[in-house]
Design a protein around this ligand. Structure first.
Ligand code: ATP
Ligand code: MG
Length: 558
């Protein structure tokens, strides 16, 4: 496994091309576009493309359009159009006036198709989809000319107009470019430019009965928008000759150029809208914004800040060769970003009650806790200390092994921001489970230091039983435990432990009143954010990412 990081991640071959084109005067300004098809939500792979296109425009003083490639109405929906705009903005980019839809160009594209027919460079083919496929040939054999290839211009114009008018059923005819059935590039073997489709389009309704292919719409849309650098993923490299053929044979208002880069692939992740759509439809996840999804909506809900995504994309860089990025790199960027910004809080996920026998009953006191250890401007908050507390169940062991330094019978530890406490007795239930610890605290250690200089080996988080608020905490693990899940049989590869829901967690009071949905650090546990399922009487938190590389262990086992 390799990653794409380069020593100078701020520079890559595409930025070099743009810089050269500007320096040589080949183009005066730079105009890019991000061209999603509104047939699903955006995912991490799209984030790479968004950061590249919008980033280049920003860095070189140009513009970047958001253009919806809405040429296939059977799969496209307004919900996706709205979600994509939300997600691009959330990621931190602004298309200004540059919001476009390929469907806005349908009339112009139609006129250009007629131009090709008039020039003898396009024809209406009555063959079925299957016949067209069979006569296309293979990598080693040329294709065969369609029997309809030599129709007259007039007949082609007439049939094409009637296709538009809705006279024929779906699949009855197509418009094809007349290029070369013997071309070594299969994309040039008379590619389909228009197909009949009686479907309701989210924007044009039922105005059209024919829709342009991606190949016919894309380059011409770029030309209409005066895109200078049309950046797409490597699978379109073989389409570039067709992209150029269309532009060279049409009276387009500008001459864009296509450049290809390697798409983002990530371990334990499937970045394919088809797969993500099926995950949602089949109910394997709760929706497009399920925090286990690699969608921007899912990552946002999980608490990933957009700055972490931008940082991740910067670090993986842009290359020409396909590779797979370790998901650990993503977690690392999230952790690093949140470490700088996230407020610190205390939460006990699996509570074990502690009673301080020498703390007066009915009394309590306020302690001061810093909100961020490296950023005093984040201020402090007050937390309540009293006779009854909760600590993490894992922080106590009745018979501790050698390297366990946390609480055990007779052992003294520090409670964060508080006092030293010593465990005197573990109370058990009838099944022999420890249900409560009887402890004492040393009033002289307020603030966490002993005046006699004695040391303890552990500092533990805790919450006050009187003040803490119950919460549900959702722990997310890899959606796919396999390092390289297969798109074909993805359902069978879903990690059954990808979601672990903890109830009865106890969190400090501030977490109920904080008026932010940004992720916070639960000390010693990781980063968490309040989920939208929270309501006034119910707190729900999502784990954004753990503090350490829990993935590395799983990856090694996967
Ligand atoms: P999918 O493969 O998930 O179906 P797509 O390529 O069909 O995605 P589009 O909506 O057409 O999705 O993509 C919009 C833009 O995002 C395109 O320019 C595409 O090349 C780019 N893009 C899509 N997936 C990735 C990825 N994994 N890495 C980088 N760029 C991507
Ligand atoms: Mg696409």
């Amino acid at each position: 496994m390799t990653d794409e990081s380069t020593p100078d991640a701020g520079r890559d071959f595409i930025r070099d091309i743009v810089a050269d084109d500007l320096a040589s005067g080949k183009t005066k300004g730079v105009v890019t576009r991000f061209p999603p098809e509104p047939n699903g939500y955006l995912h991490l792979g799209h984030a790479k493309s968004i950061c590249l296109n919008f980033g280049i425009a920003e860095e070189f003083g140009g513009r970047c359009n958001l253009r919806f490639d809405d040429t296939n109405p059977t799969k496209e929906e307004q919900e996706y159009i709205d979600a994509i705009q939300r997600d691009v903005r959330w990621l931190g980019f602004d298309w200004g006036e540059g919001l476009h839809f390929a469907s806005d160009y349908f009339e112009q594209l139609y006129a250009w198709a007629q131009d090709l027919i008039r020039a003898g460079k396009a024809y209406v083919d009555d063959q079925s989809q299957e016949e067209i496929r069979l006569s296309r040939g293979t990598l080693t054999e040329p294709g065969r000319n369609s029997p309809f290839r030599d129709r007259s211009v007039d007949e082609n114009l007439d049939l094409f107009a009637r296709m538009r008018a809705g006279e024929f059923p779906n699949g009855a005819r197509v418009l094809r470019a007349k290029i070369d059935m013997g071309s070594g590039n299969i994309n040039l073997r008379d590619p389909v430019l228009y197909r009949i489709l009686h479907a309701h389009h989210p924007r044009t309704g039922t105005a059209w009965s024919i829709y342009p292919s991606y190949d016919f719409a894309h380059g011409q849309s770029d030309a209409i928008e005066h895109i200078t650098h049309s950046i797409c993923t490597l699978e379109f490299e073989d389409h570039r000759p067709l992209y150029d053929w269309c532009l060279d044979n049409l009276p387009v208002p500008s001459r864009p150029h296509q450049y290809e880069f390697a798409r983002l692939n990530m371990t334990h992740t499937l970045l394919s809208k088809r797969v993500l759509t099926e995950l949602v439809r089949s109910g394997h996840v709760s929706g497009w914004d399920d925090p286990r999804m690699p969608t921007l909506a899912g990552l946002q809900r999980r608490g990933v800040p957009p700055a972490a995504l931008r940082e991740f994309v910067k670090r993986i860089g842009v290359a020409k060769a396909n590779s797979t990025v370790d998901i650990g790199m993503f977690d690392f960027a999230v952790r690093e970003t949140l470490n700088k910004s996230a407020l610190r809080r205390m939460a006990v996920l699996r509570p074990l009650k502690v009673v301080l026998e020498n703390y007066p009953e009915g009394e309590s006191e306020e302690l001061e806790a810093v909100n961020h250890p490296d950023d005093p401007s984040q201020g402090v908050r007050r937390i309540t200390f009293g006779r009854e507390l909760y600590i993490e169940r894992d922080d106590f062991m009745e018979n501790p092994p050698k390297k366990f330094f946390r609480l055990a019978p007779g052992r003294e530890v520090r409670l964060r921001y508080g006092y030293f406490v010593t465990c005197r007795e573990a109370v058990k239930n009838a099944d022999g489970e420890v249900v409560e610890l009887r402890c004492t605290y040393d009033p002289a250690t307020r603030g966490g230091n002993a005046p006699d200089g004695r040391k303890v080996k552990a500092t533990m988080h805790w919450v006050s039983a009187a003040e803490a608020v119950p919460a549900e905490v959702r722990l997310y693990n890899l959606l796919f435990s396999a390092q390289q899940p297969e798109a074909t049989n993805f359902a069978a590869q879903i990690n059954p432990e990808s979601l672990e829901t903890l109830t009865g967690c106890m969190v400090e009071r501030a977490l109920a009143t904080d008026n932010t949905d940004a992720a916070v650090q639960f000390e010693r546990q990781g980063y968490f954010c309040r989920d939208k399922d929270s309501s006034p009487g119910k707190l729900v938190f999502n784990r954004t990412v753990g503090l350490r590389d829990t993935w590395a262990k799983v990856a090694a086992e996967g």
